[in-house]
Design a protein around this ligand. Structure first.
Ligand code: HPA
Length: 236
């Protein structure tokens, strides 16, 4: 038990996938896990544990944003001893060559959040992915013929920005896309000495306004989950 998770000791596997949406956690467990058992229902933030290719694995919803995700990440590591954490989510693309449905493997995450300023004051910490997980995920994506991009992303505290052009500064500095959680995942993983990666499918495009159907989003989402599971369970 921890404050926001009511799983019993030993009910959560060392390897955990982290979607923002708790319904996606349920979809992942029902679609990819053998014998899934729900381990959490506190605040409706569903979590499940089962096996994938014979290995124990869990999935836990985190909610949107770094304030929410940080709570679950902290408790999974410190309350349940989880050691390999892979965020699976969607992002907006900042670049012409990164199309909707492509994968982004987040090598590092910039942020406009103040959370790390509470830790580091005026100094800036550079949150990065675990290299072994990143490399394996890239190889698996290549083997599966999935278009994927490796690089820097933006973890923002806001989905709706006051200035619609503000993101262009990040485009100029090579950032591939925007989501809302990875920078805290990477920072907390480093702090507590565990492995972390963020794998994203591009759901919307801030420049071309390219769009996808719900069905296309689901297919590319499922491809991403297989990449995350294969990479995480081989490395763990
Ligand atoms: N902004 C922030 N997070 C996101 C977006 C976006 O455009 N798309 C998917 N997650």
């Amino acid at each position: 038990m921890s404050l926001h998770l009511n799983a019993k000791e030993g009910q959560i596997a060392p390897t955990v996938l982290l979607p923002g949406d708790p319904r996606r956690a349920q979809h992942i467990a029902q679609t990819f896990f053998s014998d899934p058992v729900q381990h959490n229902d506190v605040r409706g933030m569903l979590g499940f544990t089962g096996t994938y290719k014979g290995k124990p694995v869990s999935v836990q919803g985190t909610g949107m944003g770094m304030a929410s995700a940080g709570i679950y990440i902290h408790e999974l590591i410190n309350g349940y001893g989880c050691t390999t954490l892979v965020r699976v989510g969607t992002c907006g693309s900042y670049r012409e060559e990164v199309h909707v449905r492509d994968l982004i493997l987040a090598q590092a995450a910039c942020t406009d959040s103040n959370i790390n300023n509470l830790r580091f004051g005026f100094a800036n910490y550079a949150p990065i992915a675990d290299f072994g997980l990143l490399l394996r995920a890239y190889q698996v994506a290549q083997q599966r013929g999935l278009r994927s991009h490796v690089g820097n992303i933006m973890s923002s505290d806001t989905f709706y920005q006051d200035d619609p052009d503000a993101f262009k500064q990040w485009v100029e500095f090579g950032v591939l896309g925007v989501e809302m959680e990875a920078a805290q995942l990477y920072t907390l993983a480093a702090k507590f000495g565990v492995r972390a990666l963020t794998v994203l499918t591009v759901s919307d495009h801030l420049i071309t306004r390219e769009e996808t159907t719900a069905e296309e989003r689901q297919t590319s989402f499922n491809g991403m989950i297989e990449v995350a599971l294969d990479a995480a369970l081989e490395i763990a």
